[in-house]
Design a protein around this ligand. Structure first.
Ligand code: GLA
Length: 732
């Protein structure tokens, strides 16, 4: 087990394959201090890193400056209101309205495995054990358990916190973050992911200045705009080298991800449920579980961080039966028809798709109630028989008869003001009593904090699935939360709303997986607004963005792949001019870019040019040839068009280094250029690879060392947006 208590030094020592994490409890009052996190070091007396031998010393030696101690000591989980003015991790209000909390060490346990987090998504099956530091605030009767679970092979530590009211008086939790980490400020920069609809997860890097710098969401979901992830990177770190600390939250609601630089040049990183608007009643005996945060450190640059996150998410978070299966190539009718379809239209798409080797038809929005546009019928999940006479069963049987699987779109968290559901239960929509709720995309959000509403919404999904042979669901969520109010939560307990909403979504998806274990679930939220590790516990893939343009996708997929495995990214080939940006790109390039995710089509296949249609069987064959490698291999980013504005390049290398696939996209053509020499990564230097230029079928033997140190020449081709694929196979 890689979690130990080193008696001789009084240190808790956590090791992964390449990192160490060290904790020490100091002074008579037993303050839990953070000693070290970074590159692996040998177990030794590292406690001096806490600087308790210099002013202001520890309180037993210098009680006069207790406040200064509180304000400078690197706490494992900072308290609130007693003198540490940096961002606290926990804040509690007592029955008198006073706020002062200081969790002190009371004991520890080391468990061989990682306990689950009730009602929350969480990583599982770790190989390195779990340390539980029991802490508490005796004055409040509060117990705070800090959990650290080690994924040794993946170089990841999962942290979460259990907060308990062990006293007799009611307490009110105002803040309960998942982690806090103090460290000396080296020359680090902050990297975050920002965006908007159609442009999710763009990479943003900035220097860390004094004070607090944060990203967060108060939208009730993770959001298009900011992302529950941050990295601290050495100023010189790039994709391949340099120190990087990565943090992400396994959660799908309001979050705060923040770094703060203090007066003493120390950094405090915190991650957790956003405290704004949050509150939780902790009656005597009550417990609160925070979501889990994942931490990694790499000296192999951003690429090392990404690969650690990919491995832990792929092998220890995604549970779906589809995790390691090659996903069926689907065709989705959204960009083909929008709301304007019927059985004949869908069947004509399916017939054409089947002939070209596509394996599943997904019927998107518009099949239910009276839904001809986005103004009506969410909540009325009965088939519109005018569009689909004979209902779902009839349609699905005909699609199945063509040799295609069938999948369906549904948005179970929502209700249209113009729907039978809303007319019957207006109070089921989230709203502040007496105040007209704000519409977004013409819809309201159902109050999923209420069991009867969840039961109804889940029942709708289940009965749709039971009505026909439906093998895939796209679970959408097309607006963010406003007007927070619920009859289920009296008075101050409204602060529980946003978290309870997320727990409600998790409960519904858990039921779905239990009742339909073979279902392939894809989450979606107006594109990629709920693309996070929390949702990946329930669905092995998430729709990345409503922007399907291949060039925009390069940037979106680059940002997404910083934290999440390629196997999780929903990516489709769509029509040109592209519906979101009007750009025209070669059909071949659109295929190459979609290959980096769960491949599929989203276009009117019946209206394609003969050349494009003829290209589809070849693209499907490419997907089948490379899908396992892409899903399970190690990802290396070589160049980013977001940075260089000219070309993009990334590769995937199998774990045994015997195979690799390189994707290169020349975004802009330039005159009078020599070939671009691309230095590959992650190969076996001693192997000789047969390098195949996939579109031309040419091959050549080149040593792994030469490919990595000298590179491979990629010639410039006339025209913008031109892609190339290289497949490498070790010659044995
Ligand atoms: C969202 C999704 C789209 C599509 C529409 C349907 O925007 O991201 O893919 O399903 O909803 O309304």
């Amino acid at each position: 087990m890689s979690v130990r208590f080193l008696e001789e030094y009084g240190l808790f020592w956590l090791d992964t394959a390449h990192t160490s994490y060290v904790i020490k409890v100091v002074d008579e009052e037993r303050f839990p201090g953070h000693v070290y996190y970074g590159k692996k070091i040998r177990p030794q007396d590292a406690g001096y890193l806490l600087r308790t031998e210099e002013p202001p010393f520890v309180p037993s030696r210098n009680n006069r400056e207790r406040a200064a101690f509180y304000d400078q000591f690197p706490f494992e989980y900072g308290g609130n209101g007693v003198g540490d003015y940096r961002e606290s991790a926990v804040a509690v209000e007592d029955e008198n309205g006073c706020r002062a909390t200081m969790p002190l060490f009371t004991g520890y346990e080391i468990l061989p495995k990682k306990p689950g987090l009730p009602g929350l998504p969480a990583t599982f099956d770790n190989d390195g054990g779990t340390l539980i530091l029991h802490c508490g605030d005796a004055h409040l009767g509060l117990e705070v358990d800090l959990l650290f679970s080690v994924f040794e092979r993946e170089d990841v530590i999962a942290r979460s916190v259990i907060i308990r009211n062990a006293g007799e008086r009611p307490l009110f939790l105002e803040k309960a973050l998942s982690m806090s980490l103090d460290m000396d400020a080296a020359d680090l920069e902050l990297l975050t992911l920002h965006g908007g609809w159609g442009k999710e997860r763009q990479i943003d890097v900035r220097p860390i200045g004094y004070g607090r710098q944060s990203v967060g969401s108060l939208r009730g979901e993770t959001s298009h705009q900011e992302h529950p992830f941050l990295a601290l990177k050495d100023r010189h770190a790039d994709q391949n080298a340099g120190e990087v600390y990565g943090f992400q939250l396994v959660y799908s609601g309001n979050f705060l991800a923040q770094v703060e630089k203090s007066q003493m040049d120390s950094l405090r990183v915190v991650l957790g449920i956003h405290p704004e608007g949050f509150g939780w009643e902790l009656a005597p005996g009550g417990e609160f579980y925070t979501p889990e945060a994942l931490l990694t450190y790499s000296d192999q640059g951003l690429g090392g961080m990404s690969r650690a996150f990919h491995d832990v998410i792929r092998d220890h978070l995604i549970r779906s039966a589809y995790r390691d299966r090659v996903r069926p190539v689907l065709i989705n009718n959204w960009e083909a028809t929008y709301f304007d379809f019927n059985t004949d239209r869908l069947l004509s798409i399916a017939e054409c798709a089947a002939k070209l080797g596509i394996e599943m038809l997904v019927m998107d929005d518009g099949w239910f109630g009276r839904r001809e546009d986005d103004s009506t019928s969410l909540g009325d999940w009965t088939v519109n028989e005018e569009k689909l006479p004979g209902g779902l069963k009839h349609l699905v049987e005909r699609v199945n008869a063509l040799g295609l699987k069938f999948g369906i779109w549904i948005e179970p968290e929502m209700v249209s003001p113009d729907s039978d559901l809303y007319r019957a239960h207006p109070d089921w929509a989230i709203q502040v009593p007496g105040r007209e709720p704000t519409r977004s995309r013409n819809q309201y959000v159902l109050d999923l904090t209420r069991q009867e509403v969840r039961d109804y919404a889940y029942g709708c999904v289940a009965s749709v699935l039971r009505s026909a042979n439906i093998e895939y669901v796209k679970w959408d969520m097309n607006r963010q939360l406003t007007d927070l109010g619920s009859v289920s939560l009296p008075g101050r307990r409204m602060g529980e709303f946003s978290h309870r909403y997320v727990l409600g979504v998790y409960e519904m998806q858990e039921r779905l997986l239990r009742d339909f274990p073979d279902l392939l679930l894809e989450n979606c939220s107006g594109g990629g607004a709920r693309f996070d590790a929390g949702m990946l516990y329930y669905s092995p893939q998430i729709w990345c963005s409503d922007d399907t343009d291949a060039i925009e996708r390069l940037k979106i997929q680059e940002g997404t792949a910083l934290a999440y495995p390629l196997s999780a990214m929903g990516a489709h080939v769509s029509a040109c001019p592209n519906h979101e940006v009007g750009r025209v790109t070669p059909f071949e390039t659109r295929g190459y870019v979609a290959l980096a995710g769960t491949f599929g089509y989203e276009l009117d296949i019946t209206g394609l040019s003969p050349e494009e249609r003829d290209a589809i069987p070849g693209q499907v064959a490419l997907y089948h040839r490379f899908a396992a490698l892409i899903q399970q291999g190690d990802y290396y980013r070589i160049a980013s068009c977001a940075e260089n504005h000219e070309y993009d390049c990334y590769m995937v290398v199998s774990k045994d280094k015997k195979e690799a696939l390189v994707t290169y996209v020349q975004v802009l053509a330039r005159p009078n250029c020599r070939s671009r020499m691309i230095r590959l990564k992650g190969l076996d230097p001693d192997a000789v690879y047969l390098v195949e230029r996939v579109e031309r079928g040419e091959t050549r033997l080149i040593g792994g060392d030469l490919l990595m140190e000298g590179g491979i020449a990629l010639r410039s081709v006339p025209g913008d947006f031109r892609g190339q694929l290289l497949y490498l196979k070790a010659d044995e």
